[in-house]
Each structure stands twice: as structure tokens, then as C-alpha cells.
Design a protein around this ligand. Structure first.
Ligand SMILES: *[C@@H]1O[C@H](CO)[C@@H](O)[C@H](O)[C@H]1NC(C)=O
Ligand SMILES: *[C@@H]1O[C@H](CO)[C@@H](O)[C@H](O)[C@H]1NC(C)=O
Length: 121
């Protein structure tokens, strides 16, 4: 079943899996639109990213993160990683995402939740 060379959980339909190059590690993390991603989702995301960075610290491989538009959910999870794992200030993380993505996170409940991270820590 799991043909993924990196052993990441592959929740993909088989037809889609076959279209991916074998060298590409793909990890699908389910999360609903509109809602703040739940704890398990955030944990899963951090684990996958940490593992990838650990396994690839000696090469220049990149991680691509995407959701339907690669904006709200993607932005939230990328910022959560930067805040929780890298210790970045919430607004610095959001600004970095806004700039790097070339399009700002728009969902205000996501932005507010990210900004509250500093206080919740
Ligand atoms: C990021 O973009 C959103 C949407 O335009 C905006 O509300 C927010 O203030 C921006 N945040 C930063 C820190 O640049
Ligand atoms: C992101 O969230 C905003 C605010 O809820 C929404 O208007 C926008 O359509 C969403 N963008 C995408 C690309 O899903």
C-alpha cells in the first residue's frame, strides 16, 4: 500500500499517488477549511516538517505546503511552525508569510489565533 519512499503517511487515492514522481515525499494532512486546524493537525504538521528538516539537513531539498489555494490554512500552519518551533513573534511570522507568499493570509480568525500564541505560551 504505502509506496511512499519516505514513509510519510500517504492518505492519497492511488491514482493520484501514481502521478507523483517517486522521489517526491507526499504527506497529506486533513484539515477543514474555515476552522482553526485542531491540535492533532498542528502536531502532525510539525512532526512532518521536523522530520523532513532532520532528514534533509545536508541537502537543498525543499518542502512545499499547499491547501486549496495555499493561503489561509497553509499560512496558518506555516506560521504556527515558525511561532511554536522556531520561536518567532506571531506578527513577524505572519509578515514573513505575507511577503514570501506574495499574498497575505486573509482569514481573520486565523490571524487572531496566531497573534494570541505569544500570550498563550
Ligand atoms: C498580513 O496580511 C493580512 C491581510 O492583509 C493583514 O491583516 C495582516 O496585518 C498582515 N500581517 C502582517 C504582520 O503583515
Ligand atoms: C481566505 O480567507 C478569507 C477570509 O475568510 C476569505 O475571504 C478568502 O476567500 C480565503 N481565501 C482563499 C484563497 O481561500
Amino acid at each position: 500500500m504505502n509506496k511512499n519512499p519516505c514513509g510519510f503517511l500517504g492518505n492519497l487515492g492511488l491514482c493520484l499517488l501514481q502521478e507523483l514522481p517517486a522521489t517526491l515525499c507526499y504527506s497529506k494532512i486533513l484539515t477543514m477549511g474555515h476552522e482553526i486546524p485542531n491540535k492533532e493537525t498542528i502536531f502532525q504538521f510539525k512532526c512532518v516538517v521536523k522530520k523532513f528538516l532532520r532528514d534533509n539537513k545536508d541537502n537543498d531539498k525543499l518542502i512545499g505546503v499547499h491547501c486549496t489555494h495555499g493561503l489561509n490554512r497553509t499560512g496558518y500552519l506555516v506560521c504556527r511552525y515558525l511561532i511554536d518551533v522556531e520561536g518567532m513573534e506571531p506578527n513577524a511570522a505572519i509578515e514573513l508569510f505575507n511577503k514570501s507568499r506574495g499574498h497575505p493570509i486573509e482569514r481573520t480568525n486565523y490571524i487572531q489565533d496566531l497573534q494570541e500564541r505569544a500570550r498563550k505560551k
